[in-house]
Design a binder for this molecule. Structure first.
Ligand code: GLN
Length: 366
């Protein structure tokens, strides 16, 4: 096999889920919801089966592109549908980065960014967030220092997995300005765009629409991570090329799921679905955070996503899944080296019963 297959190393997320299943552990590891998707999505997909069963155009099924274009306030040509945000990121890095070129990535990072940069022949340059008692903070000066003449892309993720960080308007403005000054593209992974707990965050593309590619996910928004429907919204002149590139990965995303998602995105917006989702996640975030604090643990409260980071001093993720029967993701999964000690990511896209059970099990070992 070619040496590039070293990228085939198994991701920790499915590995932890398999262990959790095998050991009967509560799975607060991999981020997928326990609750089923909303009925309006299931019904829309049901109606699509038998009607939308053949290939969709590689750029996406027209009603889905139109629904997204309307929502983002862009022309339909600015939208390309992908098989999940994962394919969107792969296609973007293949299209924007070449051998010897660099992508600046914030650390802690979602695991897919590094292999994607590597498979494009490029390299990720990491900029570590500061971990302060108040939480994770972006150091804009460090971001600028990380740029070299070989930098092509700055990749941001907000609301951010695993930290739950949401960037301030001044930070987004500064990043956009930096990209403009250095002639860089911006990739903004916004798969958790509807999952925030304070004010609605601004989008990076608002500050640099001419160079920003926004990545989104129906799986995250509609609680159906198995549907593999994602999208890229970007400058219209580049989008036919991105659609062309994705012909060679999955060609098109599953047609009936695109049709169902197109309908469901409109219903979700009209029926206040996202507000209800945020409220339900805020309740679960607080239940978990309060429970961990009551055990004397240090918690970094997220401003978005369905992840929370907290410290469990002296404990190991593989010991925890076996002995405490709680699956968590160790911070090491999000760092290339020297992860902060004792830090774990908890996914709270689970039921309140699962969260309470996990707290109960943890109370016996901390
Ligand atoms: N996004 C999910 C997480 O962070 C997992 C994604 C995956 O397993 N590929 O847990």
């Amino acid at each position: 096999l070619h040496p590039r297959t070293q990228a085939a190393k198994e991701s920790i997320f499915p590995k932890m889920s398999a262990l959790a299943r095998e050991l009967g552990a509560v799975n607060l590891g991999q981020g997928f919801p326990t609750n089923p998707p909303p009925p309006f999505l299931l019904e829309a997909v049901g109606r699509a089966l038998g009607r939308y069963d053949q290939y969709a155009p590689p750029a996406g099924l027209p009603p889905l592109r139109e629904a997204l274009a309307e929502e983002f306030g862009v022309v339909t040509e600015a939208v390309v549908v992908t098989s999940g945000a994962t394919e969107a990121l792969y296609v973007l890095l293949q299209s924007l980065v070449g051998p010897g070129e660099e992508v600046v990535v914030l650390e802690p990072f979602f695991d897919v960014y590094l292999p994607d940069a590597f498979l494009a022949g490029g390299e990720a340059r990491l900029v570590r967030l500061h971990l302060t008692p108040e939480g994770f903070r972006l150091d804009l000066a460090a971001l600028e220092r990380a740029l070299t003449p070989r930098t092509r892309v700055l990749l941001l993720n907000a609301p951010m997995n695993p930290t739950g960080l949401v960037f301030r308007e001044e930070e987004l403005r500064a990043v956009a300005e930096l990209a403009r000054r250095h002639g860089l593209f911006l990739i903004s992974d916004e798969v958790y765009d509807e999952l925030y707990f304070g004010e609605r965050p601004r989008r990076l593309r608002e500050f640099a629409p001419e160079r920003t590619f926004t990545v989104g996910s129906a799986g995250k928004r509609l609680e159906a991570t198995g549907y593999r429907v994602g999208w890229i919204v970007g400058p219209p002149e580049f989008m036919p090329t991105l659609a062309g590139m994705r012909q060679w990965t999955s060609f098109s995303a599953p047609t009936p799921l695109q049709a169902g998602v197109a309908e469901a995105l409109r219903v979700a917006r009209g029926e206040g679905y996202y507000e209800a989702l945020r409220q339900s996640y805020k309740r679960r975030r607080d239940l978990l955070a309060e429970g961990l604090k009551a055990l004397g643990l240090r918690v970094f409260l997220p401003e978005g996503t369905y992840f929370l980071m907290a410290e469990l001093p002296g404990l190991d993720a593989f010991w925890l899944v076996r002995e405490a029967r709680v699956a968590l993701i160790p911070a090491a999964a999000f760092y290339l080296q020297d992860p902060p000690k004792d830090l774990f990511r908890f996914a709270f896209c689970k039921t309140e019963e699962e969260l309470s059970l996990a707290l109960d099990r943890l109370s016996r070992v901390v």
